[in-house]
Design a protein around this ligand. Structure first.
Ligand SMILES: Cc1ncc(COP(=O)(O)O)c(C=O)c1O
Length: 397
């Protein structure tokens, strides 16, 4: 018999966070699919397109040429150069290669940025609704998320005034995500620049999550990092996952002041080391080749958005803001709450899954209590079938 004194197994740090709600739903849906159940699956936030051929070819070529060893921790200079040049061409920014780090996914870039900036007790301002992982990433670092409510009636607009009202001496950073996951809302460039300037004035960092920036449906695309006079306090967090249908490849990056990027590289040197070598080569192909594939996918998302919004108009009681980017819709389901014992959107999502075989993510995962999120990066047929099932299910309540 062991005489060792019983110690708790898991650290406080890991106990502060939860499994990502979207990943949990995806896992449940996968189990049901494996059991032969036909699901209309709007759960996973990933493109239904295959990775474009020229990107795959670059990875295959890299592997065949044995580009399969460790690389520099922050990524090879060529991929970092390709990324800063893409950002410069699209947004007029001017990052040096050592102001860019390539990471194994945008999520890791965000995680790393928060880890190197946020100390215990530091506050990070997060507009609601927020991407599911921000809260846990901040809490894992020991930080405190400070949520700023927005209004659906104003398309979830976030202004400098709203953010400034939440700033305290403990505020370290603000996370902005436009186009937004989960709402698909797009902030105006004026609002984003005003937030960046206000934050700079206060010495607060702005983490710009540009995961969906190329999936903006109307108007000019822009980056808050174009306010170059505020560069010292701006960190761009980018991902190739959605732009190029590369979710499984794990390709993301951070752009920012050398000190912060250097710290992220140091953290990577003690954790993942470099992102996969051949993924870096594929990423060069993605950002330097013609961007027509992005335009084509975006055009399809717009059609799918219109199709699902039109479908929702046939569901009495469901209301929905029209998303201007990303590939999510965030309908308001408040008129169904309280019916048939459904107390909240988590219960509603579970019922939709088990009784209607429709996969959605509850708004509670994103900080709101009256919505569900659907990803419409699916075929038109799945949209039609899913909307039909929802209409019948909601009618039955
Ligand atoms: C808002 C947002 N940011 C960042 C990410 C991270 O993407 P990835 O880690 O696949 O690059 C996602 C993925 O769903 C997202 O929705």
């Amino acid at each position: 018999m062991s005489t060792a004194i019983a110690k708790k197994v898991l650290s406080d740090r890991i106990n502060r966070i939860e499994v990502s709600a979207t990943m949990a739903i995806t896992a449940e849906a996968l189990k049901m699919k494996a059991a032969g159940i036909d699901l209309a699956d709007f759960g996973a936030g990933e493109p239904h397109f295959s990775t474009p051929q020229h990107i795959k070819a670059a990875a295959i070529e890299a592997i065949e040429k044995n580009f399969t060893r460790y690389t520099a921790v922050a990524g090879i200079p060529e991929v970092r150069k390709a990324i800063v040049e893409r950002h410069k061409a699209d947004f007029g920014t001017d990052y040096a290669v050592d102001e860019c780090v390539f990471s194994a996914g945008g999520k890791l870039a965000i995680f790393n940025a928060v880890e190197v900036l946020v100390d215990h007790g530091d506050e990070v301002i997060v507009p609601v609704p927020y991407w599911v992982s921000y809260k846990d990433i901040i809490e894992f670092a020991g930080g405190v998320p400070v949520f700023v409510e927005t209004s659906e009636a104003e398309n979830f607009r976030v202004t400098a005034k709203m953010i400034e009202a939440a700033i305290t001496p403990k505020t370290k950073a603000i996370i902005l995500n436009t186009p937004s996951n989960p709402s698909g809302a797009v902030l105006s460039s004026e609002d984003v620049y005003a937030i960046v300037r206000m934050a700079h004035k206060h010495g607060v960092y702005v983490l710009l999550d540009e995961c969906y920036v190329y999936l903006t449906f109307a108007g000019e695309i822009f980056s808050g990092a174009s306010a170059t006079e505020c560069k010292e306090h701006v960190i761009v967090l980018g991902s190739l996952s959605k732009t190029y249908a590369m979710t499984g490849w794990r390709a993301g990056f951070a752009l920012g002041p050398k000190q912060v990027i250097g710290a992220i590289s140091k953290l990577q040197s003690q954790s993942t080391s470099n992102a996969a070598s051949f993924v870096q080569k594929a990423s060069i192909a993605a950002v330097t080749s013609s961007q027509d594939c992005v335009k084509e996918m975006r055009a399809d998302y717009i059609k799918l958005r219109d199709r699902i919004i039109k479908g929702f108009q046939t569901i009495p009681g469901l209301t929905c803001t029209v998303p201007q980017g990303a590939f999510y819709v965030y309908p308001n389901v408040s008129s169904f709450l309280g019916k048939s014992g459904i107390a909240n959107t988590t219960q509603l999502a579970a019922k939709l899954l088990n009784e209607a075989h429709v996969v959605v993510v509850p708004g509670e995962a994103f900080g709101t209590s009256e919505h569900i999120r659907l990803s419409y990066a699916v075929s038109g047929d799945v949209i039609d079938e899913g909307v039909k099932r929802m209409r019948e299910y909601f009618k039955s309540l």
